[in-house]
Design a protein around this ligand. Structure first.
Ligand code: HEM
Length: 431
């Protein structure tokens, strides 16, 4: 490997357009190398990424020395350090056990009607215009609606919560933000925590039974539970619960619209939807990086990693590794075997995976079956500037205008010019 090899060019718009070729260049030279510019090891091979993600010799603690963090970022770093994502056992296992009760596949399935209803509303609103920015109109509002439903957040507060989440996600997504951005992220986190504190201790509107808010409110009354820690993890759910799914919906929609044959196949074979969701997560992963740190000097894939050094696990690259996925650049819903790492691997495997899969399946089915003549219709896609996340800034599409008629009790679509549309009601493909 050339000693100047770095992951950093992945931030350049030109490289973002050919990100997976860039990863391939890195990986074929060396699937684990030291990046002098990022001061970190970069792992791009599927075997090394999945092994390292589950390796207890590697820690998930992001800020081992809070005092060394810049003054502007420090308040945010203190909160992140209490979140399960950035903790190791035993704290991690304790927090995960506490929250996982609200994130079983069964509890996600209960949200099916709510997700379908929210998607239907968005489609009905866009139908007469024949146009949509998939990111702004669908991918951003939907996951926020669902995670806020879970937390029982009043409707009128949701846009404010989202506006606090953005700068935090930006700070997590980049290690090189300026002081002003870091300060904004710290302030947003402080406001989010103050809001959640009020939400979980509010007496005027008790939480609906069996919601995540009910679980958290009960914990808030538990004197053994550290309230600040609970709030930090509640903030994690809010942020993780929507930014990533937003990117997934946008990236998956772009992949389908750029592969009309694959999209047609999925229209004809809705039973392929669960496999399609997995393949789309592999193909253009919303989370590109996981961070680990050597607890002590250790050997990883034949390299000595000194204590304290960071290893960045590039899941986006691992998911295109030909050693794990033959012809990795093909979008193939019937791809045999191979386990992608888009949701991570090991003890930190995504807690919201079942929910994200369900949201993805419902949205994709709606896009494919409810919008006749759906096509890309806008400038070439641009990605957000981030090494951690891969998500589109916007995705303009056009389709045949129609008016959604709910009077009949089923969603009947009629083109506004009077001609019939070949649109059927979404049937909620299973995940
Ligand atoms: C397509 C959407 C999503 C993707 C691609 C994604 C990806 C990931 C990845 C890669 C990790 C592991 C990070 C690591 O090991 O360092 C993770 C962890 C996590 N995710 Fe997701 N996620 C998604 C949606 C969600 C949703 C909807 C929620 C919650 C409602 C959520 C909550 C979490 C939490 C709490 C963790 C930390 C788990 C732990 O530390 O044990 N995620 N996610």
């Amino acid at each position: 490997m050339h000693t100047s090899a770095s992951l950093l060019p992945a931030l350049r718009p030109r490289t973002q357009e050919r990100l997976y070729d860039f990863y391939e260049e890195l990986r074929s030279a060396d699937d684990l190398f030291w990046d002098r510019r990022l001061d970190a090891w970069i792992a791009t091979g599927h075997a090394v990424v999945s092994r390292a993600a589950a390796d207890p010799r590697l820690s998930s603690v992001r800020y081992p020395d809070i005092e060394a963090v810049s003054e502007e970022l420090r308040p945010l770093a203190r909160v992140l350090s209490r979140q399960m994502l950035y903790s190791d056992a035993p704290d991690h296992s304790r927090l995960r056990a506490l929250l996982s009760r609200a994130f079983t596949p069964r509890s996600a399935a209960k949200l099916r009607d709510r997700i379908s209803g929210a998607v239907e509303q968005i489609i009905t609103r866009a139908a007469p215009t024949g146009r949509m920015d998939v990111v702004a109109d669908l991918a951003r509002p939907l996951p926020l609606t669902i995670i806020c439903d879970l937390l029982d957040v009043p409707e009128q507060d949701r846009p404010t919560l989202s506006s606090w989440s953005d700068p935090i996600a930006e700070a997590i997504g980049s290690s090189r933000l300026d002081a002003e951005h870091n300060r904004a992220a710290s302030q947003s986190m402080a406001r989010m925590l103050a809001y959640l504190r009020e939400l979980l201790t509010r007496h005027d509107s008790p939480p609906a039974p069996h919601t995540l808010r009910a679980l958290l409110t009960a914990q808030a009354q538990n004197t053994d539970q550290d309230f600040d820690e609970l709030l930090a993890n509640c903030a994690l759910l809010l942020i993780a619960g929507h930014e990533t799914t937003t990117h997934f919906i946008g990236n998956a929609a772009l992949a389908l619209l750029s592969h009309p044959d694959a999209a047609d196949r999925l229209r004809r074979r809705p039973d392929l939807m669960p496999a399609a969701v997995e393949e789309l997560l592999r193909y253009d992963s919303p989370v590109q990086l996981m961070l680990r740190r050597a607890r002590h000097d250790l050997d990883l894939a034949g390299r000595t990693i000194p204590a304290g050094q960071v290893v960045l696990l590039v899941c986006g690259a691992a998911n295109r590794d030909p050693a794990a996925f033959p012809e990795p650049d093909l979008l193939d819903f019937e791809r045999p075997g191979g386990r992608h790492v888009a949701f991570g691997y090991g003890p930190h495997f995504c807690l919201g995976a079942a929910l994200a899969r369900l949201e993805g399946a419902i949205v994709l089915e709606a896009l494919l079956t409810r919008l006749p003549g759906l096509r890309l219709d806008g400038p070439p896609p641009k990605w957000q500037r981030s090494l951690n996340f891969r998500g589109l800034t916007r995705l303009d599409v056009a389709f045949t205008q129609f008016s959604a008629d709910h009077d009949s009790g089923r969603t009947q679509a009629t083109a506004t010019d009077g001609s019939p549309c070949s649109v059927s009601r979404a049937t909620n493909a299973g995940t």
